[in-house]
Design a protein around this ligand. Structure first.
Ligand code: SF4
Ligand code: SF4
Length: 327
C-alpha cells in the first residue's frame, strides 16, 4: 500500500478542542508556492488562487512540477543568468556549475539552503515555497475584494494538493467566508476524508479531478491508486458544495473511449447536474522541468487534435452531462 493511502494529515487529529495554542498556531501556517491574483480559470469570476506546495501524486503530465515536493526547492531560470559565477562561489556543497547557457544544479548535493539565491543579482535563482500564516494570506487576498464583488469571484486553493494542508485550507476558507468571499477547492481528490470534510465546511465549489478510472493505469501514470480519490468524490457529491468534475485529456491515457465511458458512468452516479470540464493536454509546463533539472516525463507527446477533443466532449454530452473545455 502506498503511504498516501493512509491518513495524509496527522495534524488533523488535533483539529478539536484539545489543541494547545502552539499547535493551533502551527496549523495556521501553509507552505505556498504561488499566489496568483486576477486568475479566471480556477472558479467563477475574478479570483486569487493560492497554490499550495506538496502533492501525493506524480502525474506524468503535471504542468506544475515545482508543486510536487513539500520541501522548499531551488529553481533556476537560465534566461536570466548572466554567467557571473557568484552562485558557484557561494555554494559550500559544490552543487552548482555553469553550463555556458545557464547553470546546472547537482540535486544529490544541493540541500536547498538558498545561499546561492542571496548572491544572484539577476534573480535567475529562486527558492520555491514560502511559509505564510492565514493572516498573511488573507491580507493579500483582501486587496482585490472589490474585483471579487463585481465579478462574483473569490478565492481558490489549488496545488499541488491542498488537502495535504487541510487544516490551513479550512482555516483560510473560514476566514474568506467570514469576509463574504466565495471559496473554491481545486483538488486531485487524494487526501484524508477527515481533512476533506473539514475543508468542505467552508467551501462553496469543488473542482474535482478525475484523471484515470482504471486503477492499474492510474497507478502507472500518477504513482498512486485512485481508490481514495473515488471515495472522496462521493463525499464531495454528498456535501452541499457545488461540484465540477475535471478530466485532463492525456493522449493515450485518459482520452480513450474506455476511460471516457468509465468516467461518464462514475459521474452519473455521483449526483445529478454535475458539470464536466475537460482539460486538453498541453506542454506549457515543460520549461519548469528544466528549472528543476528534471527530464520532461511526457517526452514528445503532442496535444490532441481539436477533432478528438470535440469527440470526447460529444461523449459526455451524449450521456446528458454538461461539458466544457477548459484550456
Ligand atoms: S541551494 Fe545551497 S546547496 Fe543548493 S546550489 Fe544553492 S547554495 Fe548550493
Ligand atoms: S549567480 Fe545567478 S546570474 Fe550569476 S551565474 Fe549564478 S545563476 Fe547565473
Amino acid at each position: 500500500m502506498n503511504d498516501c493511502e493512509l491518513d495524509l494529515d496527522p495534524a488533523l487529529d488535533g483539529l478539536d478542542e484539545t489543541l494547545t495554542d502552539d499547535e493551533a498556531a502551527q496549523l495556521l501556517t501553509g507552505r505556498i508556492f504561488n499566489i496568483q491574483r486576477f486568475s479566471t480559470e480556477d472558479g467563477p469570476g475574478i479570483r486569487t488562487t493560492v497554490f499550495l506546495k506538496g502533492c501525493p501524486l506524480t502525474c506524468l503530465w503535471c504542468s506544475n512540477p515545482e508543486s510536487q515536493q513539500t520541501r522548499r526547492q531551488l529553481a533556476h531560470n537560465d534566461a536570466l543568468c548572466d554567467q557571473c559565477g557568484h552562485c558557484v562561489t557561494a555554494c559550500s556543497k559544490q552543487a552548482i556549475e555553469l553550463t555556458g547557457t545557464g547553470v546546472r544544479v547537482n540535486r544529490d548535493l544541493c540541500d536547498n539552503c538558498g545561499d546561492c539565491v542571496e548572491v544572484c543579482g539577476p534573480r535567475a535563482l529562486r527558492m520555491i515555497g514560502d511559509d505564510k500564516t492565514v493572516d498573511e494570506v488573507i491580507e493579500e487576498v483582501l486587496r482585490d475584494r472589490l474585483y471579487y464583488r463585481s465579478s462574483q469571484g473569490g478565492v481558490t486553493c489549488s496545488g499541488g494538493e491542498p488537502l495535504m494542508q487541510a487544516p490551513f485550507v479550512a482555516a483560510l476558507f473560514e476566514r474568506c467566508q467570514e469576509a463574504g468571499l466565495h471559496t473554491t477547492l481545486d483538488t486531485t481528490g487524494h487526501g484524508s476524508t477527515k481533512g476533506l470534510k473539514a475543508v468542505l465546511k467552508h467551501t462553496n465549489l469543488v473542482l474535482f479531478d478525475l484523471k484515470v478510472m482504471d486503477d492499474t493505469l492510474h497507478r502507472k501514470t500518477t504513482g498512486i491508486t485512485n481508490r481514495q480519490i473515488l471515495r472522496n468524490a462521493r463525499v464531495v457529491a454528498d456535501s452541499p458544495a457545488q461540484m465540477i468534475v475535471r478530466v485532463p485529456l492525456i493522449p493515450g491515457v485518459s482520452d480513450t473511449d474506455a476511460n471516457v465511458t468509465a468516467t461518464v458512468q462514475f459521474v452519473q452516479q455521483l449526483r445529478p447536474g454535475i458539470v464536466v470540464n475537460v482539460l486538453p493536454y498541453h506542454r506549457y509546463g515543460m520549461n519548469k522541468y528544466n528549472m528543476l533539472d528534471r527530464a520532461y516525463p511526457m517526452g514528445e507527446a503532442q496535444p490532441l487534435t481539436h477533432e478528438r477533443v470535440a469527440q470526447v466532449v460529444g461523449m459526455f454530452e451524449a450521456a446528458g452531462l454538461d461539458c466544457e473545455i477548459v484550456t
